[in-house]
Ligand binder design. Structure first.
Ligand SMILES: Cc1cc2nc3c(=O)[nH]c(=O)nc-3n(C[C@H](O)[C@H](O)[C@H](O)COP(=O)(O)OP(=O)(O)OC[C@H]3O[C@@H](n4cnc5c(N)ncnc54)[C@H](O)[C@@H]3O)c2cc1C
Ligand code: SF4
Length: 330
């Protein structure tokens, strides 16, 4: 690991000023479960000069309900989200997404903000410099993408962004998209649909380098807790999703009046399934309709040589997640 200065910020203002004052690249650290791996493997072309610790800033660790919305502080851990009775009651899709993330130890360390800001897991991108040298691919500012001609079995089935076919790996991201959350930062309020980006090199979001997530606000579902999350991974614990999905439905008198569905791990960004959503409006949810919505979700898929299997997974998981919305475990 390259040497860096570790600084404990005592306020958001101080953290922003430490980021701005850095003469070289600087990163904030929350739980460190993603960032430490990046640092140890010396992933980036420019090593960070400063790491600014957010955990020493008070006031970012609460889950509250105010103004008919759930407010989750940036430093709330995934365990706290998964185990919160408040979250489980009205936002079960989000609680389940947090519960299915990583392992118990990682959920105890990992924060909700870190989860949506984590970098992609493409194995070429993550290749450690100590084993034969770092791979400087397009996403890191290099010239080549190694996954397209190489091993892309876990990569995008919906094409590339700036030649990169890595997928967004977050489990809570699709749940927050389905629940139409808003991300509050030290600079602005960002609708979750606009938050993710693969256009900014290594990072997975539109955040400026001196911008810090402070809170995530999730509106109370309009007609009740009809939201759900599912994940397909090799193992039940630790593994990143091959495909995951979250859905949230508004249902009045048995008829769907609003729908948001999001797949993840299938593209550089969490992917809203707008064609599937449109199919549902004004109808009663049945198994057949849910399956039709699954088909619509993958109608535009363009799998590569080795990842066609993910198309079937994505189609199935959309249908199953929709049925979970109305068949919640009691
Ligand atoms: C073995 C293993 C398995 C994993 N499995 C999963 C999985 O199944 N699903 C999944 O979704 N994730 C998984 N992860 C990834 C990771 O653990 C989680 O995403 C975790 O939530 C990251 O949170 P953190 O607080 O530790 O982030 P950190 O590592 O502290 O930060 C991650 C990134 O976010 C930035 N950041 C952190 N907080 C803020 C903030 N408030 N504002 C702006 N930027 C911020 C950091 O600068 C860094 O770039 C796994 C990780 C490992 C090591
Ligand atoms: S898919 Fe993206 S992250 Fe992976 S090697 Fe290609 S450019 Fe790099």
């Amino acid at each position: 690991m390259k040497r860096f200065t570790h600084l404990d910020a005592t306020s958001l203002e101080e953290a922003v000023s430490l980021l701005n004052d850095s003469t070289g690249p600087a990163y904030v650290i929350a739980g460190g479960s993603d960032l430490m791996g990046c640092l140890k493997d010396n992933l980036w072309m420019e090593a960070p000069e400063r790491i600014i610790n957010l955990k020493t800033i008070p006031g970012l660790t609460d889950i509250t309900v105010e103004d008919n919305a759930l407010h989750i502080g940036a430093l709330v851990t995934l365990t706290e989200v998964a185990e919160s009775e408040t979250v489980k009651k009205n936002w079960p899709g989000l609680a389940e997404a947090a519960r299915r993330t990583a392992s118990p130890l990682l959920r105890n360390m990992g924060t909700i903000a870190g989860n949506i800001c984590q970098e992609n897991r493409c194995w070429y991108y993550r290749y450690p410099d100590k084993i034969g040298g770092r791979i400087d691919c397009v996403r890191k500012g290099g010239k080549r993408c190694l996954a397209v001609p190489g091993d892309h079995r876990f990569h995008s089935i919906f094409g590339a962004v700036k030649k990169c076919i890595a997928v967004n790996p977050s489990d809570t991201a699709p749940a927050l998209v389905a629940l139409n959350a808003t991300v509050l930062t030290t600079k602005r309020s960002i609708a979750i649909d606009d938050f993710f980006s693969a256009e900014n090199g290594a990072q997975s979001t539109i955040l400026d380098r001196d911008e810090i997530v402070t809170e995530i606000v999730v509106p109370r579902p309009a007609t009740g807790p009809t939201n759900a999350f599912r994940k397909i991974a090799y193992r039940k614990s630790i593994d990143f999703a091959l495909v995951n999905c979250a859905a949230s439905l508004d249902i009045a008198d048995g008829v769907i009046t609003g729908a948001r569905i999001c797949l993840n791990a299938v593209h550089n960004l969490p992917r809203r399934c707008e064609a599937s959503e449109a199919l549902l409006i004004g109808k009663e949810l049945t198994e057949a309709l849910a399956q039709e919505a699954g088909k619509a979700a993958v109608a535009e898929a363009k799998p590569l040589l080795q990842n066609g299997y993910k198309v079937q997974m994505a189609q199935t998981i959309v249908g199953d997640t929709l049925m979970d919305c109305i068949n919640q475990p009691s």
